[in-house]
Design a protein around this ligand. Structure first.
Ligand code: ATP
Ligand code: MN
Length: 467
């Protein structure tokens, strides 16, 4: 018999299927009952809700003994209106096949009350919990929303390489890629490792950003975006950093600072609105079980105008707060790189809405950001969010060859392999801008989950790569 997904039974058109024979397949969440009747809550991942199976113990004695939490079964039976409360319809079992038992003495997911830390230790099974089911369905919906957003606005999905030879960005944070024998690498006369003999004939690493190649796309196709894995070997064990995360990096020719911040705001609102429009079941579950402020926070973001806040003004607000007795762990003064506590003060206490901070001191931002006429700030933008802090980092790019080279020389950035990037400024240079959004930071916001390890199926962090 043809299988029907539980999503369809519960949501799409239960009336059309009522009193018909159906076939459902899935994993048992719970089994309860007495000697007259057994109730099985079955979930197949298609939706957060379970379908209730009603089975006669006299008829399914053997099957019911084998069915425990975690078992995988197939049930054929009649879809009927439910007698009990809590569900509209249920399946009256006519036939049960047990695909796979789950030994109750060893199956680690029992009815309830597992900590997130424990669930990380069983990363291969945690996906079968309600919480991770909800998060992963939302992850899919957000990916789809992102592609839809850009596609509908004429952006091209542009694939930038994961293996890169440019070490001008965060070289210290890069994962090295090599096929040389680590025990016995070829060496030059001076004793240094001879990367010329490596697979690519040079030192290569996993990318920390697709931006530089993205700029090549924008200066030819006009508007592009990337959406792919990004790797940073930063040893920061925080709830907001992964060693492997997914980044979305749009890059646009002819965008100025206002265009850029408008796109950042529109983009995040689109994603949040998408979640509210398409994922309400999962959001309601998360709002109930994980974060009671979630739905309110999501709604408030789409209804509010994000603040544009020049860095200098932000510092003034923070200094005023300090003067009025607000304590911060890290000191505040013009020129510092804001800590997460400062960002969250501005967003959660002062403005109480998302803030796009602009015009940062050039010393704390990357070499490629467009320099302002004041000689000390650049057109960088960070979008700061409640709970999360920085969710987007972006900028207008410096398109003037001489200004860019002056900055590169001041900072002593190794550009020997970057001639192709500099060529964008030598041939037909154009004003352009772009940003990077960490997908898992967006997922944190949209799900209300507290730790970035719990919004990606298989997190990579220092000392963990088990699953
Ligand atoms: P942070 O200051 O939070 O470490 P960053 O300034 O180093 O971030 P960018 O280089 O601006 O980050 O990267 C763009 C975006 O990528 C950030 O706004 C953030 O959303 C995301 N991001 C950066 N590093 C990580 C990470 N290790 N794990 C997950 N997301 C990250
Ligand atoms: Mn940043």
């Amino acid at each position: 018999m043809k299988r029907t997904e539980i999503r369809q039974l519960l949501k799409e058109n239960p009336a059309a299927l009522l009193n018909r024979e159906v076939c459902v397949k899935g994993w048992v969440r719970t089994k309860r009952g007495n000697k007259n009747v057994a109730f099985i809550a079955l979930n197949d991942g298609s939706v957060i809700h379970n379908i209730q199976i009603v089975a006669d113990p006299a008829k399914f004695d053997d099957e019911l003994r084998r069915i425990t939490t975690g078992a995988c079964i197939c049930v054929e039976g009649t879809l009927v209106e439910s007698q009990g409360s809590g569900q509209a319809v249920e399946v009256q079992a006519g036939r049960i096949i047990v695909y796979g038992e789950a030994d109750p003495d060893s199956y680690p997911l029992q009815k309830k009350g597992h900590s997130m830390e424990f669930l990380r230790e069983i990363g291969h099974l945690r996906l079968r919990t309600n919480t991770f089911g909800a998060v992963m369905r939302l992850r899919h919906q957000m990916s789809y929303a992102i592609h839809t957003f850009f596609h509908d606005r004429g952006f091209f999905y542009f694939h930038t390489p994961l293996i890169t030879a440019s070490d001008c960005e965060g070289a210290g944070e890069m994962f090295h890629v090599s096929t040389l024998d680590p025990e016995n690498p070829p060496r030059k006369e001076n004793g240094l490792i001879d990367w010329d003999q490596d697979f690519f004939g040079k030192f290569t690493a996993l990318t920390v950003s697709g931006q530089l190649e993205g700029e090549l796309g924008a200066t030819s196709l006009g508007k592009i975006y990337t959406f792919g894995p990004t790797f940073r070997a930063e040893n920061s064990n925080t709830p907001r950093h992964l060693a492997e995360f997914w980044m979305i990096e749009p890059e646009m020719a002819f965008y100025d600072l206002d265009d850029l911040t408008a796109l950042e705001e529109e983009f995040i609102k689109h994603c949040v609105r998408w979640a509210l429009d398409h994922c309400m079941d999962d959001l309601e579950f998360l709002n109930k079980m994980i974060d009671p402020g979630l739905l309110d926070r999501l709604r408030s973001v789409i209804d509010t105008d994000f603040v544009r806040l020049p860095y200098t003004e932000g510092i003034r607000i923070l200094e005023e707060a300090v003067a009025n007795g607000r304590k911060f762990e890290f000191p505040v003064s013009w020129g510092v790189d804001l800590a997460s506590e400062h960002e969250r003060y501005l967003v959660e206490e002062h403005f109480r809405k998302p803030v796009i901070m602009i015009d940062y001191p050039k010393e704390i931002k990357a070499f490629y950001m467009k320099q302002n006429d004041d000689g000390r700030t650049v057109q960088g933008t960070d979008v700061l969010f409640p709970q999360i802090g920085e969710i987007i980092g972006g900028s207008v790019r410096e398109e003037n060859y001489d200004k860019l080279m002056t900055r590169i020389n001041e900072l002593g950035i190794p550009m020997k392999d970057m001639w192709w990037y500099l060529d964008t400024r030598r041939y037909g240079t154009c004003p352009h801008a772009g940003f990077g959004l960490g997908f898992e930071r967006l997922m944190l916001f949209v799900t209300g989950m507290a730790n970035i390890r719990d919004v990606i199926p298989f997190p990579r962090t220092p000392k963990t790569a088990e699953f």
